[in-house]
Ligand binder design. Structure first.
Ligand code: CA
Length: 361
């Protein structure tokens, strides 16, 4: 036994000494180069930055053998062209907010945010531990996409309004840029929704093409400068209680990866997922203070707007369930999960937050 071990070791030592040993990583591990098309502008280090975090981890975990170049919205394809890009294999992957694509199928929105949906924690729970991932993966098969949760902004602000919103009557005729699917409900309560990519909103608001806009929250909104043209900052966005961003990977490109690289993609996406929420939570408080110090008027969304929108959203979901079997299947599971989550969150989480927010800290 001892002798055999010795001989084996001597053998290896001999090969190494002779310089004949193949470099362990040089064979069977060709370089992989992917391109990622983001739907977001580079200036947004939070939402665009998470794709860079993802790419950095993949590169470092593979010793630079698997690299992913990250491209801003519009660079390789239009910001809203990324589903087609991944589906057709123009790029291997994309980072986006799925609700932009409700025009293809309303079901996309459930993988991001629907009005009065889940908050950030609950959405992650549905995806990782509920049926969310399984159901969405089935759905995305139709688009040659394998999806991974990759970022959440947390509950968003309800946007910037040139004129104060006092009641649901002020929503009538209001031309507002609103993220994807929320526009469907805004429309039902009298608003006129506009779908405009992040990089083009300021100009539209400044020119008066729109009366109001929403984007994300204080940190990004401050950067985009909306406060310069609209002073009324309303909360919360009833259409985005916890919108999740998604990494889309072309199925063929994904299947061509080794088991090892698949695991690296999964881990890197999960890390970028946590990283984005942490960045928003850490950066929003200071930005909000800055906005308020600069004369921005903070206002809670009037209750009758919330109630009208809630009712309109439930009607919309019933209509969609009646005509779209994919929506019905996934929404039913989502809605069951939401009911249970709110039955639980109201106790410990809400009780703790409610008390803490009233203390002088
Ligand atoms: Ca938004």
């Amino acid at each position: 036994m001892e002798r055999r071990k010795f001989l084996q070791n001597a053998g290896i030592a001999g090969i190494l000494a002779a310089g004949a040993a193949p470099a362990v990583h040089a064979q069977g591990a060709p370089a992989i180069r992917w391109r990622l098309a983001s739907s977001f502008p580079k200036a947004l280090d939070t939402i665009f930055g998470s794709a860079e975090v993802f790419s950095k981890i993949v590169s470092e975990a593979t010793g630079g053998k698997f690299t992913i170049s990250v491209h801003a919205g519009g660079e390789l394809m239009p910001a809203f062209g990324v589903v087609d890009g991944v589906q057709q294999g123009t790029v291997e992957c994309a980072h986006t907010a799925p609700y932009y694509f409700f025009g293809k199928d309303d079901t996309f929105a459930i993988d991001c945010a629907i009005p009065f949906g889940l908050n950030s924690r609950q959405m992650t729970a549905w995806m990782y531990e509920g049926n969310g991932m399984k159901l969405m993966r089935e759905f995305y098969k139709n688009y040659n996409i394998v999806n991974f949760p990759m970022g959440n902004t947390g509950a968003q602000m309800g946007g910037w309004y040139r004129k104060e919103i006092k009641s649901v009557a002020d929503i009538k005729g209001l031309k507002m840029r609103i993220g994807g699917f929320g526009g469907k409900v805004l429309e039902r309560i009298g608003g006129v929704p506009q779908n405009i990519p992040g990089g083009e909103i300021y100009q539209a608001l400044e020119k008066g093409t729109i009366d109001a806009t929403e984007w994300v929250g204080p940190y990004d909104d401050l950067k985009l400068g909306f406060y310069k043209v609209a002073k009324n900052y309303v909360y919360p966005a009833w259409w985005e209680g916890g919108p999740e961003l998604e990494l889309y990977v072309n199925t063929k490109a994904y299947e061509a990866l080794s088991t090892e690289n698949k695991a690296i993609v999964e881990c890197a996406a999960a890390l970028a997922h946590t990283d984005m929420q942490a960045k928003y939570d850490a950066k929003n408080p200071k930005a909000l203070k800055e906005l308020v110090a600069g004369g921005v008027k903070l206002q809670r969304m009037p209750k009758d707007v919330m109630e009208a929108a809630f009712k309109a959203s439930q009607d919309l979901y019933s209509d969609l369930s009646a005509k779209n079997p994919q929506w019905k299947k996934i929404y039913t599971d989502f809605a069951d999960f939401r009911r249970e989550q709110h039955q639980w969150f109201r106790f410990a989480e809400a009780g703790f937050d409610d008390f803490m927010q009233q203390q002088k800290l």
